[in-house]
Design a protein around this ligand. Sequence first.
Ligand code: KG4
Ligand code: ZN
Length: 382
Amino acid sequence: MKVDSAHRLILGIETSCDETSAALLRGEDQLLAHVILSQDVHRVYGGVVPELAAREHLRVMDRVLDEVLREAGLSLDAVDAVAVTAGPGLIGALLVGVTWGKALAFARGIPLVAVHHLEAHLFAPSLEDPEARPPFVALLVSGGHTLLLWVPEWGEYHLVGETRDDAAGEAFDKVARLMDLPYPGGPEIQRVAREGDPTRHPFPRPMLRGNAVPGDADYRDFSFSGLKTAVAQRVAELSEAGRLPEERPHVAAAFQEAVVDVLVAKTLRVVEETGCSRVLVGGGVSANRPLREAFRTALASRKGGRLFLGSPRISLDNGAMVARAGAFRLDRDGPSPLEVTADASMPFPGLLRPGHQRSGTGRVRRAARAEGNASSVPVPPL
Ligand code: KG4
Ligand code: ZN
């Protein structure tokens, strides 16, 4: 029997990187149970080891599923659909979740829906705040991605800025490694930086020229590899002088402040251009406390300013956001075929690159692309 969307129970599964997670979501916002297991095996390697991640997912997956059902006090019979992250991510890790989801859907005769990991991050804050819905400007900052989006409605994602090299989370992880801090680097840098003075080692703010104007090629893009190199040089000098232990907090604080400044400033440029002061920040780096504070301060003084941020638990990789995005995709596109498979570089559904714009009917059409010309935010202000 088909269940209406408001009562439908979706099992969300996430295994794209180093969290094994499952959640049970009733309708769009009733989170009945949520289990997240973070893998520790990678800590000593300074980064996620893909083969180990896949093996760990396989080892704990059935325990995680048992646990989420137990927490909700339900049996598998109650589950109406399975949503699983199919990409992007580590292929071996994704395959564990996707295969599990497919087997479950097939065996139970229930729909399967393949979810895009970044679309899931976009939906995450709405699990805790029903107001966290479009229109908004979105900054997605994770270990693998840094995207600025203009989102007039769910399913329509205008890409207005992205990183040209490292992702923000990757920069945190690499800089942590340079300073002999364990993986994941973001929380470690945040912790160490608490004791630091960010002015002692001034680092560049990449692509944040004060005289930049809309239309400049780098106006809304990010670059973190130069900043990482600047930190590497400073760390090398300090190590050489035997001063790294005492200077580590100051370097961490200065690096963190540089990243936060750039992320906030670029997002505010899109706020200016769209005239939309509703901002959503998602992905693992959005758990960063100074980043959250900086966004709060920046938006507090703006008329109509709203900030949508999930709690840290919902900002990092988790199954609940997968179930939530799955509910949307199930209603919009219907179930995925059982032949669907994991795709390490899965295209973002509904992502529109510069050169696309909305037609008068509200449908999205492709406009002539001006090659090499940095276009403006493609959608008129609200
Ligand atoms: O979204 P996520 O959990 O996984 C991916 O989809 O990649 O993001 C993980 C990234 C890692 O790079 C991690 O260092 C970073 O998020 N991260 C943080 C913090 N917590 C996690 N970065 C800065 N500050 C944090 N508190
Ligand atoms: Zn993620």
